[in-house]
Ligand binder design. Structure first.
Ligand code: ZN
Length: 324
């Protein structure tokens, strides 16, 4: 009999034969794949369906796999409108248009969401963004959005004549032009709603590695029940969502911010275990795992670097990071 590190249920050994990959293999094959046999089949299967797929298919980190060449562009699948990611352009006439990643000719591009349209305001010279369902009334349109030749300038992602159709239904007579400009020349800011599922997926990577490192005697103890229940059942959501941090951190680990690797760090900070996971050294997600167990001295400070989780480029931690 064995106890699962996530549901804490005692189950037969035969319920623990499928390895739980601490970091899903879709993020790269590592020299030494970290796998745990302390996660029961039921939890393993739940994680695969509910957490790992979100991390791979609907997260900044998942998207980066394609940008950094870990995955081929033609393998990209996007969740479309179900996505929680919001991509916004920060350039000229495309400013503030929401977009989503698509595959075109084997490359990933960010395309404008077809639900939006930008109209050039000839009074201000700027483009104003509207949802198709919320276009300005005809009077305003006539006052501000027609040039001296009585033309309206539009920017949108053309889709099946949808924009034309809606405009015609509203009695707008405009010459709509098709613009399929992408954002490749501009900065694209990626924002995301604070997402519980993604936070649980990231916490799972950290906690599985933590358990492998410190062993079952420690990782099964109740000090870590909060993080465990958050990962497995989404409990303690408010508390856990309040205490994680995500920051852009390439400088923290390496001067070279283009490394093709991921870093997981475990450290004991004044009696509290903190876990960090960093993908491609671009973003780091940090979350407290629990208070120190009585058997662990405060000197414990563990770090996994790319000697273990290696994709391509070996990486050494900075000198102010002690390792035991
Ligand atoms: Zn379980």
């Amino acid at each position: 009999m064995k106890k699962c590190i996530y549901c804490l249920q005692l189950k037969k050994d035969s319920e623990f034969t499928i390895p739980e990959h601490a970091l899903n293999q879709s993020f790269g094959k590592f020299k030494n794949n970290l796998t745990s046999y302390d996660v029961c089949h039921e939890c393993n299967s739940y994680f695969g369906k509910n957490l790992d797929n979100v991390l791979a298919r609907d997260s900044v980190f998942g998207f980066e796999r394609f940008m950094k060449g870990i995955k081929k562009a033609n393998e990209y699948k996007h969740l479309g409108r179900k996505s929680k990611n919001v991509y916004k352009a920060d350039i000229g006439i495309l400013k503030d248009l929401k977009s989503y990643p698509v595959i075109e000719n084997g490359e990933i591009r960010l395309m404008i969401d077809s639900n939006q349209v930008s109209l050039k305001n000839f009074e201000t010279g700027e483009f104003d963004l509207f949802l198709l369902d919320d276009l300005p009334k005809k009077e305003l349109l006539n006052n501000c959005y027609r040039d001296k030749d009585n033309h309206i300038s539009l920017v949108y992602q053309f889709k099946d004549g949808e924009v034309n159709r809606i405009l015609k239904n509203k009695n707008y007579m405009v010459d709509a032009s098709k613009i399929t400009k992408t954002f490749e020349d501009g900065k694209v800011e990626i924002s995301r709603e604070q997402d519980v599922i993604l936070s649980r997926a990231l916490s799972k990577i950290i906690f599985t590695i933590f358990s492998l490192k410190v062993g079952l005697e420690i990782s099964l103890c109740e000090d870590f029940n909060k993080i465990r229940e958050f990962i497995r059942y989404g409990r303690n959501e408010k508390e856990m969502m309040n205490c994680f941090e995500v920051y852009k951190n390439s400088k923290k680990y390496n001067d070279n911010n283009q490394i093709n690797g991921h870093i997981v760090t475990l450290k004991n900070d004044n009696g509290i275990w903190i876990g960090e996971v960093s993908f491609f050294a671009d973003f780091t997600f940090t979350i407290p795992l629990g208070v120190d167990h009585v058997n662990i001295g405060e000197s414990h400070y563990l770090l996994y670097d790319l000697d273990i989780l290696e994709l391509r480029t070996p990486h050494k931690p900075t000198s102010n990071t002690p390792i035991t």
